[in-house]
Design a protein around this ligand. Structure first.
Ligand code: SF4
Length: 232
């Protein structure tokens, strides 16, 4: 790959990977931009596809696509969405035959964790849950200075320990893990250490009700134009 040529799907206007062709026609790369990963990294793309030859991976991927299909209804005036993510999660976990689910949540979303647990238990799942503060270890353990503590220098402040959350769930024999509202960076560590198939029900956004896309939808508005200001 040339130094300044790298995949940039987000800048692509051709989208030859989603061609409007018939089922028996072959997609063509002729119109694909030079930065298209299908042109730039042909071998990587082809090698990645061999993973689906593993029966368990293929079945998981198939169920995910069926779930995606079931999120729409086909009406005379076109496609309509019909299932919120929470119901998608329940349906998909049932499809996969899961019984015991793990929940890694942020202490700031304790109420949401309780409601989610109620919903999942009412739908027949067993829910193993672990709070981010598990371990009760002070922030000084990872070198946080007293002036960097949210509650102030004189208070004991428990560090978030996403690694402990992950290891507890790794050891708890759960079929799938759900991540709820972990902070940026804490979620990165959780994902790195979690060895159970994982999905995300929500990420943390303290300003936008845990919906970070609200900032994108406002990025071209007067109130959030600072997001588009070049600073780097
Ligand atoms: S895979 Fe290629 S054609 Fe598809 S969006 Fe990316 S650059 Fe465009």
């Amino acid at each position: 790959m040339k130094k300044n040529l790298y995949p940039r799907c987000a800048r692509c206007t051709k989208k030859v990977c989603v061609p409007l062709i018939k089922v028996d026609e072959e997609p063509s790369l002729d119109e694909a931009p030079a930065f298209c990963p299908m042109k730039l990294m042909t071998e990587t793309v082809e090698n990645s596809l061999t993973e689906y030859d593993k029966p368990e991976v293929k079945e998981f991927a198939r169920l995910a696509s069926v779930q995606e299909f079931e999120c729409y209804e086909r009406l005379p005036d076109g496609l309509r969405t019909k299932i919120p993510r929470i119901e998608e999660l329940v349906q998909f976990a049932h499809k996969c035959g899961y019984q015991r689910l793990g929940l890694a949540f942020c202490t700031g979303l304790s109420g949401e964790a309780r409601i989610l647990t109620d919903i999942l238990e009412n739908k027949g799942f067993e829910v193993v849950s672990v709070r981010c503060k598990v371990g009760a270890v002070p922030k000084e353990r990872i070198g946080v200075k007293s002036e960097e503590k949210i509650a102030g220098p004189d208070r004991f402040e428990t560090m978030c320990s996403p690694i402990t959350q992950a290891e507890v769930l790794n050891a708890a024999n759960v079929d799938m893990v759900i991540m709820l509202g972990l902070c940026i960076g804490h979620d990165t560590l959780f994902i790195k250490y979690c060895r159970v198939p994982m999905t995300v029900i929500a990420v943390k956004d303290r300003v936008f009700g845990h919906n970070p896309l609200a900032a994108l939808y406002l990025a071209n508005s007067l109130y959030y134009e600072r997001l588009m200001t070049k600073t780097g």
